[in-house]
Design a protein around this ligand. Structure first.
Ligand code: FMN
Length: 135
């Protein structure tokens, strides 16, 4: 049986002005069904001004998603973290996309520009315990 090579996309972006939590809920609803159809799972975190998204899926599906994300006017200034060899991959339950809110006072914007592992650790610390785990 042919195996499909999997890849992970981890990025941060700034939401366009006027994007609300309700907009994020709508966006995630649409994205969830599309991701399920394409074998993608992931989480989207939104604090009102910054999005952080982590998805796993077939290589082609995740690179096509990144191409669509780059042209989506609902956010800008994408900072894609590059995965170092051997980094533990996060594990998600088999949901197409889970929308999460960070803990009160946590700033997602502070993750911009960090390396993958530090950004992942900061993100995990900004979420309710056990929301994301490295495998
Ligand atoms: C922060 C953010 C996260 C998104 N996440 C996803 C996603 O996980 N999957 C997806 O298909 N689209 C996602 N989108 C939407 C895509 O940019 C694009 O609008 C959508 O995939 C187009 O789908 P359609 O051709 O079915 O309308 C996201 C958009 C934003 C702004």
């Amino acid at each position: 049986m042919a195996t499909v090579s999997q890849s992970t996309l981890f990025y941060l972006s700034e939401s366009a002005s006027g994007i609300t939590w309700e907009d994020a809920v709508d966006l995630a609803r649409h994205a969830r069904s599309r991701n399920l159809a394409e074998g993608i799972t992931g989480v989207l975190v939104f604090d009102g001004t910054t999005f952080v998204q982590f998805v796993n899926g077939p290589e082609k599906a995740t690179s096509d998603l990144l191409a669509r994300l780059r042209f989506d006017p609902r956010h800008r200034l994408l900072d894609v973290f590059s995965k170092p060899p051997g980094a533990g991959l996060p594990h998600f339950d088999a949901w197409g996309l889970t929308l999460l809110q960070p803990l009160p006072g946590a700033s997602l914007a502070a993750i911009r520009g960090l390396d993958w592992s530090t950004a992942f650790a900061r993100l995990a610390a900004a979420l309710p315990e056990g929301s994301i785990m490295a495998t």
